[in-house]
Ligand binder design. Structure first.
Ligand code: PLP
Length: 292
């Protein structure tokens, strides 16, 4: 079945899905995005994703391309047209198309909206989680506002490639104080040897992950102890477990950091049980497709 994309008001075959060369997203990375999980034909934590999208747009003074109900309809329609049962829906909004000049165009163009959806290999992801992943650590070199989900991802692209070339799956940024901020496309967590679950406070230095919020809800429900604070690479290496969270991979155990084993070098029980329980607490939309 061929894929369909939503581009500025039209559903088009994916291969024909194009934006203008002077789209400010293309020229300046002047835009924001969201990636929302689709689980068994339902959108997961749509409200949190759309709240974060609104916030990112507000921070960059980009107008919303449409109202929330309408955007929800477009996301659902894109998922349905691609018959995605388990996968991801991607939403990107840029400041729009205008003659190339750095300041905001005046008058403001219509924000450009692209929505795509794709299947993911759920069993492949589960196998990956069962094995655990390696992470490398890299100096934090992004701009000062990673809390905005900007499409400007070049530093992330470079460290993800660096991780791949090192035989790892993720790179953890480390700030000037030696503290882990987050991964190239995920939030970073550890479990201390006395069972405390630690992740950095969601300030301007990290993206406030929707999956991170779901895990925090799950910890609350299970009466597990959360510490929102920064941790060092040394503390992570000495932890009993480490893991990452993101909408595209959910909870994935980290078994090595810079090639050194975390705990006994196998996926930890806390990470695995959080992965198994995550969908108990996440908001699920009504089904988008039936039977698909
Ligand atoms: C830099 C970064 N941090 C954290 C996350 C995790 O956020 P979420 O759980 O909302 O996917 C992502 C997701 O893409 C990311 O790119």
């Amino acid at each position: 079945m061929s894929r369909i994309a939503y581009v500025n008001g039209r559903y088009v075959p994916h291969r024909d899905a194009m934006v203008h060369v002077e789209d400010r997203g293309y020229q300046f990375a002047d835009g924001v995005y969201e990636v929302c999980e689709v689980h068994e034909g339902r959108l997961v934590d749509e409200t949190r994703h759309l709240d974060r999208l609104d916030r990112s747009l507000r921070e960059l003074r980009i107008a919303s391309p449409m109202g929330r109900a309408q955007l929800t309809t477009v996301m659902r329609e894109t998922v349905a047209r691609n018959r995605v049962r388990n996968g991801l829906v991607y939403v990107q909004v840029t400041r729009g198309v205008a003659r190339r000049d750095h300041p905001f165009p005046d008058p403001a163009p219509r924000p450009a909206l692209v929505v795509t959806a794709k299947w993911t290999d759920r069993s492949g992801l589960d196998k990956l989680a069962a094995r655990g992943i390696g992470v490398i650590t890299v100096p934090e070199n992004r701009w000062a506002r990673p809390d905005i989900k900007s499409i400007g991802l070049l530093p992330n692209v470079l460290v993800k490639q660096q991780a791949r070339e090192a035989g790892a799956r993720e790179a953890w940024y480390v700030d000037r104080d030696g503290m882990v901020t987050e991964g190239g496309s995920s939030n970073a967590w550890i479990v201390t040897t006395d069972g405390r679950i630690v992740t950095r406070r969601a300030d301007n230095a990290i993206l406030k992950g929707v999956t991170r919020a779901g895990v925090i809800d799950l910890l609350g429900r299970r009466n597990l102890q959360l510490e929102e604070r920064a941790f060092t690479v040394a503390e992570a290496k000495a932890a009993s477990e480490a893991f990452i969270t993101s909408a595209s991979n959910l909870v994935v155990p980290v078994v090595t950091i810079d090639g050194e084993k975390v705990g006994d070098g196998t996926p930890g029980p806390v990470a695995l049980s959080l992965r198994a329980g995550l969908h108990e607490v996440t908001e699920m939309s009504r089904p988008v497709i039936h039977g698909g």
